[in-house]
Design a binder for this molecule. Structure first.
Ligand code: NAP
Length: 311
């Protein structure tokens, strides 16, 4: 099979940590080109540009991975689709739901693949949790996503700007697991959003969920002020009496205290296997469920001003 010739737009942290090495290791892809505003030019990319529009002008590029901050993703993705390229969107897939809907419709119109990636879903433990919960009513859901923003997002000013998602940038990963494993859809019933006095995006949030038939005890706590041990855990208790815990961002599953899955994360390998399959059959995969929960939290959330945040 001829490999898919791919370009990467935006060579920041995630592009360098995951997209570049995973593409290099997958023989179904060939890294043809990159675009980097700062002029980063990996040796093995045949073409390197500073302006992504030059990359989109290359006839041989079949697909692009857009690894920029979310605020500019819609504009770039739109141009890519109009240039005849298939598109992989890093998470969050756009800045707003209507931007994503626009991309979905445009991809359909031009007959190209559009793929929303939710990397946390590509864990065996998440799939096993989904299977274990299928068909059961949920009594309790506790999501605890607490990390130190100074450690994980140093210097990322876009994340604090309007449309940068703040603590929902990691929090949406938890929500992408919740939407994947819950046996029925969950909705945001109430939210509390804490905005630092000097920032346009929240540093912490608590969310209360409900499902169609239960109010249960379903909640999430996201906090970026965590120093010491970091937590990326999801605990679920069913009416049937068994309980499970997904720990370490979805890579480890315990059921009733018994370890069921513990694996080194290989999330981006899974993402590129899926992208290969979608490109090969010419289909799109657009999952907006985690994104809708974030939008709903901003819509119904109560806003509280907290202490200014300085890096
Ligand atoms: P980052 O390190 O700040 O990288 C983003 C890069 O995008 C910048 O370095 C810049 O690269 C490019 N860029 C910035 N502004 C741009 C603009 N206006 N137009 C075009 N390109 C622009 O951020 P990141 O951590 O890689 O995150 C990028 C996306 O990936 C976010 O949506 C984030 O949620 C997602 N993500 C991040 C992680 C993580 O662990 N960091 C994990 C999963 C997903 P150039 O100078 O090279 O163009």
């Amino acid at each position: 099979m001829t490999p898919h010739k791919i370009g990467i737009i935006g060579l920041g942290k995630i592009a360098q940590d995951q997209h570049l090495p995973v593409i290099r290791a997958n023989s179904n892809f060939e890294l043809l080109a990159v675009s980097s505003q700062r002029g980063i030019a990996p040796e093995d990319a045949r073409y390197s540009f500073q302006d992504y529009r030059d990359l989109l002008g290359l006839k041989d590029v079949e697909a692009v991975a857009i690894c920029t901050p979310p605020q500019v993703r819609h504009h770039i993705a739109r141009e890519a689709l109009l240039a005849g390229k298939s598109v992989l969107l890093e998470k969050p897939p756009a800045a707003t739901l209507s931007e994503l809907e626009d991309l979905r419709q445009l991809a359909h119109k031009v007959g190209k693949t559009l793929f929303t990636t939710w990397h946390s879903q590509y864990n065996k433990a998440v799939e096993e949790a989904k299977k274990a919960l299928a068909g059961w009513s949920i009594k309790r859901l506790q999501v605890t996503w607490k990390e130190d923003v100074r450690h994980w997002h140093p210097g990322q000013q876009w994340i604090w700007a309007a449309g940068g998602f703040g603590v929902f940038d990691p929090g949406i990963n938890a929500l992408s697991i919740v939407t994947r494993i819950m046996p029925e859809p969950v909705f945001i019933k109430a939210a509390n959003l804490e905005f630092p006095a000097n920032r346009d995006a929240p540093i912490a949030a608590t969310l209360q969920f409900q499902t169609g038939h239960t109010d249960g005890n379903l909640q999430a706590v996201f906090d970026w002020r965590q120093t010491g041990p970091q937590s990326w855990d999801i605990e679920v208790e069913t009416e049937a009496g068994f309980a499970l815990k997904l720990a370490h961002g979805g890579s480890c599953l315990e059921i009733d205290g018994r370890l069921v899955v513990k694996e080194e994360p290989a999330e981006y390998q899974g993402i590129y296997r899926r992208f290969d399959a979608l490109l090969t059959i010419g289909r799109s995969e657009v999952d907006d469920a985690p994104f809708r929960l974030v939008a709903d939290a901003f819509m119904v959330g109560k806003r509280v001003q907290v202490e200014a945040f300085e890096e």
